[in-house]
Design a protein around this ligand. Sequence first.
Ligand SMILES: [Zn+2]
Length: 210
Amino acid sequence: MNESQAREKIATLGRSMFQRGLTFGSSGNISVKIADGWLMTPTNVALGDIDPARIAKLDAAGRHLSGDAPTKEAMLHLAMYRERPNAAAVVHLHSTHSVAVSALANIDPADVLPPITAYYVMRVGRLPLIPYYPPGDQGLAEAVGKQAAKHHAVLLANHGPVVAGGSLEAAAGAIEELEETAKLYLMLQGHRTRFLTPEQVAALRERYPS
Ligand SMILES: [Zn+2]
């Protein structure tokens, strides 16, 4: 995928996510790795209104080269790429159900959501909770970096998910699966529930290693 194709894909995905209510206002951001650095959605722009020509370009050291200023959450993306050399794209959303789950008092910080469906296990896998940090705090990127080597998806407490993928489609598919699973989890609160068994989860992990 060349740079102009990547710019178009970011704008198309952003519009689709915004129209489907996965992000709102100017929240959420998308990045893609290119040959000489990264493309990243700009700060203070709705994902539904991204101009491909104005997407921020960063060099291989993460410095802003051209286009509008990148998202203030650029450090989250760069922390993921630093620990995951095969990551080709990162998506971060403030998607409603995932944020709601990230604020629940009784979740397991080592793996937030139970295995409700096979697709969740295959696309997301284990989901660690990153402790709360205020916006812009460098500690947040450091905490993401600590989990990123082992996990391509993390959930920021009282904030939202950050997901890396081997392609933009894979990152988008995984973060959407995560959001839908969070929605299912909330729907199931108070209901007697059968999650996948540890044996079923182990068989999926063996068959579809992430
Ligand atoms: Zn955020």
